[in-house]
Write a protein that binds this ligand. Structure first.
Ligand code: PLP
Length: 367
């Protein structure tokens, strides 16, 4: 057989639906895309200016991320040897899987983990083991207990996607005491900037261990999801091995200048955080008024568990008809849940008005 069975049986990553496709399908002129945890304010203006200024230099090969690594090293007060930059944090995750997993190794994470990690890990054909959530949080105690001699990678997203929950420094410290040094912990901090001001949130830069790799991204708060640029911090030996397997020329030169400029865009980050905090509160309050639960989130989205997969599918479809794209979580393994990213104030208002209409419809249908 040409394709190994673990690739043949792999369910490919399903991205959220695009605004253009939804406009075409439903004959709409305005669509709010609240499905992929993107920045509703657009891209960092400083990053856009920097990319514009470098557009005519794309005939030259990039330098493998070195400029960005240097800038990140200064920003976060670490050595360049401790930093990697790549095509999104997804790109770096893919390199971690390639660099560190052998055929008999196992990866361990929570049930219904971030779909991008699920797809990448399963594509390597190694055993993929999970433990259930505890109250929609990573159950770090159960994860520590589930580590075997074969466990090579433990994947933790903090804040987590799709639940939006965090684990605390105290919880992580307790967990870490039980993890053998031969196990690599991936701490995926894609939503770091949204959570970092919470005093209970552990910024993993404050505890650099030899077997921990922190991953972060420019896709979320900096609004650069389309340009594909992310970064990571780890012990220099880990980074040196990752550099061996990464594609020589990732990140692209435009991604690199965008990342460097975005780090200076404090005003954009500030505005994005304020909009997100306002939107998250507004959406969660409206959903609670309708009698649905939302999971308290530290990121730029909220997860809504519903009573059944059919209610989740119904809500998703009814919102689509009204021009709002949310993310049904069947592919994550949570078919009764939907995830809603925060949007602009106008998007959020449209969402809440639409949910209120649905609620009335649902109550009328039931009575
Ligand atoms: C937890 C988590 N990690 C990583 C990513 C991927 O980020 P990037 O765009 O940097 O590949 C996402 C994107 O949704 C995410 O939610």
């Amino acid at each position: 057989m040409l394709v190994p069975p673990y690739i043949a049986s792999l369910r490919p990553y399903e991205p959220g639906r695009s605004a253009d496709e939804v406009k075409r399908t439903y004959g709409l002129t305005r669509v709010a895309k609240l499905a992929s945890n993107e920045n509703p304010l657009g891209a960092s203006p400083l990053a856009v200016d920097a990319m514009r200024a470098h557009l005519t230099e794309v005939n030259i090969y990039p330098n493998g991320g070195l400029d960005l690594r240097e800038r990140l090293a200064t920003e976060f007060d670490v050595k360049v040897a401790n930093v990697i930059a790549g095509s999104g944090s997804d790109g770096i995750m893919s390199n971690i899987i390639r660099a560190f997993l052998c055929d008999d190794d196992e990866v361990l994470t929570t049930e219904s983990a971030f779909i991008g990690f699920q797809v990448l890990a399963r594509s390597r054909g190694v055993a993929y083991r999970t433990v259930p959530y505890r109250n929609w949080h990573y159950d770090l105690e159960a994860l520590a207990a589930a580590i075997t001699e074969k466990t090579k990678i433990v994947y933790l997203a903090n804040p987590n996607n799709p639940t939006g929950t965090i684990f605390t420094k105290h919880e992580f410290d307790e967990f870490y005491r039980h993890v053998p040094e031969r196990v690599l912990i991936i701490l995926d901090e894609a939503y770091f900037e949204y959570a970092k001001d919470n005093p209970r949130y552990p910024d993993s830069m404050h505890y650099r261990y030899d077997n921990v790799i922190t991953l972060r991204t420019f896709s979320k708060i900096y609004g650069l999801a389309g340009i594909r640029v992310g970064y990571g911090f780890a012990h220099e030996d880990l980074i040196a091995n990752l550099l061996k397997v990464k594609l020589t020329f990732e990140p692209s030169s435009l991604a690199q200048v965008a990342g460097i400029a975005a780090l200076d865009d404090r005003e954009f980050v500030h505005r994005s955080l304020e909009l997100n905090a306002r939107g998250r509160k507004f959406i969660a309050a409206a959903i609670a008024r309708m009698g649905f639960e939302t999971i308290p989130s530290e990121a730029n989205f909220v997860m809504v568990p519903l009573e059944s997969p059919s209610v989740a599918a119904w809500m998703t479809e009814e919102l689509l008809k009204r021009g709002i794209i949310v993310r049904p979580l069947g592919a994550f393994g949570l078919p009764h849940c939907v995830r809603i990213s925060t949007g602009t104030d106008e998007d959020n208002r449209l969402l809440v008005d639409s949910l209120e209409q649905l609620h009335v419809k649902e109550v009328v249908c039931r009575s």
